[in-house]
Design a protein around this ligand. Structure first.
Ligand code: SF4
Length: 355
């Protein structure tokens, strides 16, 4: 597997450079996005924050909490994922949770202030009987007055429609990286499979959550390629999770070169500029960043984070740290409850990009 993580881009010293904030435009070429990534960091941050404030209230941060309804044993081989059955990561395969268990979790989430509740399952692609079971979960959660969200793997069009009919509001399905680097990460499904699922979800009238991972050994052009794919979806996703690879022992990407934090911030900023109305979610890898880098990500336009999971780990101290960080930065968090593969953060496998 190539590991050519090219990180920092050197820039000539430029003084008194005037920045004209870019309006959202499309279609986006990889070259245009690469040019944004290559900007002096302060110019890029200024431009991203300017775009952000044109479309979002200042200081508004969505807090997304995590739950897995079916963990481990996945037949796919996504190189970052501890849930793949073929990787020796210590994750045990579990069955789909029962309706009453999920309802209890959803009620707890609602009581804690959540407005949305999402269910994640480590499947390659659900069978129709799985869709029936998940539809029952969706109906039960919907009955509590919560919005619903799910990530279940690849969907066929009739399955997406069934989920919509059951009340599903959002579906997560990530592209992971650029098409040109994709086969270095996953070989058990094709990039087009992912695009097809996204189209089925969109056609069924379900809102799309779709993003990727930085730090898997990709070159900067692959980061630009990922953002181009996302920004050129018609329409672009309502929610865009950007993950920094968490190198999980036992996965093929465990020894990847860590991404330069400023390069990660650049990707957040370019996601904001190219998809101004999307919730750009600072996802896996946040714990390794430290507060200063997280603050830069918020400056770059991130307005959603994965939040410690009180549903699965009572008294998670990370929650307090998150709250303190938001207070220190003067940001206003509001809760939703959602799940991607990141749902396993609570189990110390915080890689996010299932399905
Ligand atoms: S990311 Fe999702 S599809 Fe890929 S191995 Fe993990 S659980 Fe399976």
């Amino acid at each position: 597997m190539p590991s050519t993580a090219n990180t920092s881009t050197s820039q000539p010293l430029q003084l008194h450079r005037r920045v004209v904030p870019a309006a959202a435009q499309g279609p986006w070429t990889v070259d245009a996005i690469q040019a944004l990534l290559d900007k002096p960091l302060m110019d890029l941050l200024f431009e991203a924050q300017t775009v952000h404030r044109q479309h979002w209230p200042a200081g508004d941060i969505e807090l997304a909490t995590l739950l897995s309804v079916k963990t481990g044993g996945c037949p796919e081989n996504c190189g970052y994922c501890p849930q793949a059955a073929e990787f020796d990561t210590g994750v045990k395969a579990e069955k789909l949770m029962e309706v009453d268990e999920v309802v209890r979790a959803a009620q707890a989430a609602k009581d804690a202030g959540a407005t949305r509740f999402c269910m994640g399952a480590a499947w390659r692609a659900p069978k129709d009987r799985d869709i029936e079971k998940v539809s029952a979960l969706i109906g039960a959660v919907k009955g509590l007055g919560l919005q619903t969200c799910a990530t279940l793997g690849m969907l066929e069009s009739h399955q997406a429609q069934a989920l919509k009919d059951a009340g599903l509001d959002y579906y997560n399905h990530n592209l992971d990286t650029a098409p040109e680097y994709y086969t270095d990460v996953v070989s058990t499904r094709a990039y087009q499979d992912r695009l097809d699922t996204l189209q089925h979800v969109r056609s069924a009238g379900i809102s799309v959550c779709c993003g990727g991972i930085v730090g898997m050994g990709e070159a900067p052009v692959h980061r630009a390629g990922l953002i181009a794919q996302l920004a050129n979806l018609q329409p672009y996703p309502e929610s865009v999770p950007i993950n920094s690879l968490v190198r999980v022992p036992g996965t093929p990407l465990a020894d990847s070169e860590p991404v330069d934090p400023f390069d990660f911030v650049r990707v957040i900023a370019v996601a904001r500029i190219t998809m101004p109305k999307a919730r750009v979610r600072l996802s896996a890898g946040r714990q390794q960043m430290g507060e200063a880098v997280q603050a830069l990500c918020f400056m770059a336009g991130a307005n959603s984070i994965f939040y410690g999971d009180k549903l699965l780990v009572t008294g998670n101290p990370d929650v307090d740290a998150d709250v303190q960080l938001l207070v220190k930065l003067g940001l206003n968090g509001h809760r939703t409850t959602t799940t991607e593969t990141d749902d396993l953060q609570a189990h110390a496998q915080p890689q996010g990009a299932c399905a």
